[in-house]
Design a protein around this ligand. Structure first.
Ligand SMILES: [Zn+2]
Length: 400
């Protein structure tokens, strides 16, 4: 043990085994020795909370196939100053704690944690299996503060019953982005798809039709519900502003109703329920918009495509007559995508909308932590790390 200023450090010096030849770092085959390089230092997993390092002067070997190369070092990967054991250790903790906390707890830098997670993720991406992917969910996610093109991400999920995970993430939400993502998954995956699930975002619809035409394309329930909720909220906000301009008393009726209105009717209880009843009894536009949204809930209960289609016609007809612009807009959107929406019933039982919603929520948890990620790249790595369900390198230092 060595004193270095105020910090104590354990240093372990390694020697090569005299009787065992070094292995070529390219092919891992034993090869005759050539010379030795200067000593290098690697950071190891801290022992008893004390920073620990390995020292070793790597040998060079003369491989018959690869010439003079550095020997294979089982604890090291390339020129990285951290041992694989430490990188795996930090990466695993970096999934439980924020990267900053991980760095603080284990007396290392944020950069080291970032590089460790990056190494871990790259290993996992290279090793993961994509065989058997049958259902994809494609979605757009907003992140950061602005509303520029760079503030959107395209994400591709696997949403099969037996495996739900993030497969790919890329910046922007253009046709080019999605094409890039599908290309990264490879033609075998894309050709093997049976179901794809997405929002009504036109660039996605186009690319999916062109690239995965054999798969049944489903517009999922989660997104349609989201569009309906947004429409109700727009009606409420516009009406609320109008009422406030007219009189305070009338505006009271809409105050604090935002979250109640976004809920499913059967889930509203107590005082919120009373307020909702009073609102529904009123002649307010918000009440009519809410009632339309609530009625649409029946759509998902159909089993037959024909009856669901008939209901959709009826509902959009009512919405178009409602004189509520946001509701009319949703109705037009539903009409123009009727076939894809009805695919939901054609795929019945085979895919569920839960996973897309669940994965979306988890992604938001990670992207909202984005202040901790200094770059887009770092956030991307964090997303694969937490949601990719990637295979992990073996490690003897698995504490979490
Ligand atoms: Zn070799």
């Amino acid at each position: 043990m060595q004193e270095r200023g105020p910090a104590v450090e354990i240093e372990i010096t390694l020697q090569p085994h005299g009787g065992i030849r070094g292995r070529c770092s390219q092919c891992r085959r034993p090869a005759p020795g050539y010379d030795r390089l200067p000593e290098r230092r690697w950071q190891f997993v801290p022992l008893w909370g004390i920073a620990t390092g390995l020292r070793y002067a790597p040998r060079r070997v003369q491989c018959p196939e690869h010439g003079v190369v550095v020997e294979h070092l089982p604890w090291s990967d390339g020129k990285r100053p951290l041992t694989c054991a430490l990188m795996g250790f930090l990466a695993r903790w970096g999934r439980r704690l924020s990267w900053r906390e991980t760095a603080r707890v284990f007396q290392t830098s944020w950069e080291s944690v970032y590089r460790s997670v990056e190494w871990f993720v790259q290993w996992g991406l290279a090793e993961r299996q994509l065989a058997g992917v049958e259902s994809l969910g494609v979605d757009e996610i907003h992140w950061g503060h602005g509303l520029g093109a760079a503030n959107f991400l395209t994400v591709i999920y696997q949403i099969d019953g037996h495996c739900r995970r993030l497969l790919w993430v890329g910046q922007r939400r253009t046709e080019a982005t999605l094409r890039r993502g599908l290309k990264a998954l490879g033609p075998e995956v894309v050709k093997g798809l049976r179901f794809v699930c997405s929002d009504m975002w036109r660039p996605y619809l186009r690319v999916l039709a062109a690239e995965a035409g054999q798969a049944l394309h489903v517009l999922d329930r989660f997104h349609i519900t989201m569009h309906l909720n947004q429409a109700v909220d727009q009606v409420r906000r516009a009406e609320s502003a109008r009422l406030r301009a007219a009189s305070q008393a009338a505006a009271q009726q809409l105050k604090h109703t935002r979250w109640t209105l976004l809920r499913r009717g059967s889930r509203v209880r107590g005082r919120a329920r009373q307020k909702l009843q009073a609102l529904l009894a009123s002649k307010l536009q918000t009440a009519r918009a809410w009632e339309l949204k609530e009625t649409f809930g029946h759509f998902w209960k159909y089993r037959s495509v024909t009856w669901a289609g008939a209901f959709l016609d009826y509902w959009t007809w009512r919405a178009m007559r409602s004189r509520l612009q946001p509701m009319q807009k949703v109705a037009r959107m539903l009409r123009s995508h009727e076939e894809l929406i009805l695919n939901w019933f054609r795929a019945q039982g085979e895919i569920s909308t839960g996973p897309v919603e669940g994965l979306n929520n988890k992604i938001r948890v990670v992207t909202r932590r984005s202040y901790g990620f200094r770059t887009y790249k770092a956030m991307e790595i964090a997303l694969y790390h937490t949601l990719g369900r990637l295979p992990e390198p073996e490690s003897a230092h698995k504490f979490c």
